[in-house]
Design a protein around this ligand. Sequence first.
Ligand code: GLU
Length: 449
Amino acid sequence: MHYANKVYDQVVAANPGEPEFHQAVREVFDSIAPVLDAHPEYADQAILERLVEPERIIAFRVPWVDDAGKIRVNKGYRVQFNSALGPYKGGLRFHPTVYLGMLKFLGFEQIFKNALTRQHIGGAKGGANFDPKGKSDNEVMRFCQSFMTELQRHIGPDVDVPAGDIGVGGREIGYLFGQYRRIRDSFDAGVLTGKGLGFGGSLARTEATGYGAVYFADAMLAARGESLDGRTAVVSGSGNVALYAIAKAQQLGARVVTASDSSGMVYDDAGIDVELLRHIKEDLRGRVSDYAAQRPGARYQAGAKVWNLAELGIHADIAFPCATQNELNEVDARQLLNGGVRAVVEGANMPTTLEATHLLQENGVLFAPGKAANAGGVATSALEMQQNSARQSWGFEKVDAKLHDIMRDIHDTALDAAARYGHEGDYVVGANAAGFEMVAEAMIAQGVI
Ligand code: GLU
């Protein structure tokens, strides 16, 4: 039995009830067989056995008081997965579906994604099964304060640097930072990223994940002598990643016709008015149905996904899943193929199921996996850390140019690794192999720890 399969079976047996974690491990292990064959020392050094076991997991109670005076309790976590390349780095997710297995999947992905950025950051993820939706600002503040009261013991600018993810944006990071500063009595700007611009945040961090995904798409098309100009794109989601993927794709000449949220999707033949969508989502904390209500010509479909191109009566060239894990399954992939899609670029983490990924790749679709294509967010977090260390604030153009360079480098690194291991043009193999090599080499150099 191949080394990777043996360790995968151990992972499934030792981590019951965590299907997303199993899937994330499977996806990486399926790609790295040629790397393991070329490096028998990785098995001797038990690299896979060590990689799949988080260095540390912190689980804690988060009690808080709601506006009615009722005491509520949530589960809080931080999974410090691997620090071979640098301080633990990765977002916090606040969503009712959060449980340990989900954060292990996200933390595992983060190890390789962060390696690909070459910014010397380890992999981590955290969060809580708290739903910020429908909560008042004061409730969110009290929750964040309680969450940080425990988390602050475990983080620091050179130890572990959390940031945002689903349900954690600028508002939450602000409250978390305030509580950290208060308890630690120290203005460690570099302890969190995604901060407000007035207290150590970086310009272009908000835009970075979405912009980065489009820069990756652009590099991928450019390698084939093509571009986004004049293309039709479908985007899922309407959060931070989706918004700025739409904005950048439109800047590069694409027509982006969809957005979605957990209630349904909106189709806008004239192209999404990104400023209106941003205003509704960020300023008003509204829904895509509100967008459709305010935008003449836009159509809202409750409960629908954006992938059914035949139902929308359109052909599209490129799809950007930017909402959440496993939002694009085999049926959806078939609909994209029938609708003419030739490239899929993951803005979210693991939005495409393994079966859908295989189907798309078998049919010649250019497939950009999230750990490469959405690395722009965490890469720009690392640029925020650099600015904090130097007590500097760089201009938007400077940060954006560095982000663009990093995304081009990730693209070239993945393409090169794919070719080296005999999988020309396969960005899944390339991204996993390249990220894995970097982490494995650092782990071996640092001994059995
Ligand atoms: N949550 C984002 C991700 O999935 C960003 C993490 C960060 O900036 O640390 O990569």
